[in-house]
Ligand binder design. Structure first.
Ligand SMILES: [Zn+2]
Length: 250
């Protein structure tokens, strides 16, 4: 059976910003199966469409983007700005982990610009720890508990800084130069977001912003484009750096 990597991020286009290059390389070079999950369907991300309408559009965009690299998209159906550390989303992430059975899990930085990202990070950290414990959500109709805790990595926060503007340096970077164009194509599949970010964040050039960020990370590592990560190395989590071993840190 192929090895599996799962990204669990807050919103439908977060993976395409933060880690799709690494996912693409694992799929292409190592034949890993890729699953991309968002906690919400991005229901607040529009000034023109109502929440259910934009959610419907964005689920389709997420699925289309994932399909470009042969990945499977999952939406955990929480709601934008309403992701909390509580039982329902924790149960949903745990169920997803036991269904997909990843060897590596990627999520948001514990400190980031928006609480949705930070809550997702906390939920995923807890679910990764709990998914191998059979009594955790016993009786919820889940697939069997995982054999052990998967490798857990945190993507860079947006713009590489926390909410107070302090820089958060990645522990290592993955060279994504060979797959940058494919990553950009995936991000462009989120067409509804280009317009939304222009209006709300004043951020034009949606795809260019991703390219610029990856180029800045690449410069730090002496390559054209890169993505940065930190590994969760708390007690009982895997301690060796599997992701770097597979793709070579730069
Ligand atoms: Zn997000």
């Amino acid at each position: 059976m192929a090895d599996v990597i799962l990204s669990v991020l807050a919103h439908p286009d977060d993976a395409e910003f933060l880690c799709a290059g690494t996912l693409l390389r694992l799929a292409r070079e190592r034949d890993w199966q890729v699953h991309i999950a968002s906690m919400t369907p991005g229901d607040c991300g529009s000034t023109e469409h109502g929440p259910e309408e934009i959610a419907c559009i964005r689920r389709q965009e997420g699925a289309r983007a994932a399909a470009l690299m042969g990945a499977t998209y999952h939406c955990l159906e929480e709601r934008d700005l309403l992701i909390f550390y509580q039982e329902r989303p924790l149960e949903r992430v745990t169920r997803l982990l036991r269904t997909v059975r990843p060897r590596i899990v990627l999520t948001h930085s514990p400190a980031d610009y928006i609480l949705d990202h930070e809550m997702t990070s906390t939920l995923v950290r807890a679910a990764v720890f709990g998914a191998p414990i059979p009594n955790f959500f016993a009786g919820c109709g889940h697939p069997p508990a995982l054999a052990h805790i998967p490798y857990l990595y945190y993507c860079d926060p947006i713009e590489g800084k926390d909410a107070l503007g302090r820089p958060i340096e990645p522990a290592f970077r993955i060279d994504i130069s060979t797959v940058l164009d494919a990553k950009a194509e995936m991000l462009a599949a989120h067409a509804s977001q280009r317009e939304w970010l222009r209006k709300h964040h004043g951020m034009d050039q949606y795809v260019q912003a991703m390219r610029d960020w990856c180029a800045a990370q690449g410069r730090q590592a002496g390559v054209a484009f890169a993505e940065g990560f930190r590994q969760h190395l708390g007690h009982s989590y895997p301690q060796d750096n599997l992701l770097a071993q597979l793709l070579g840190p730069c």
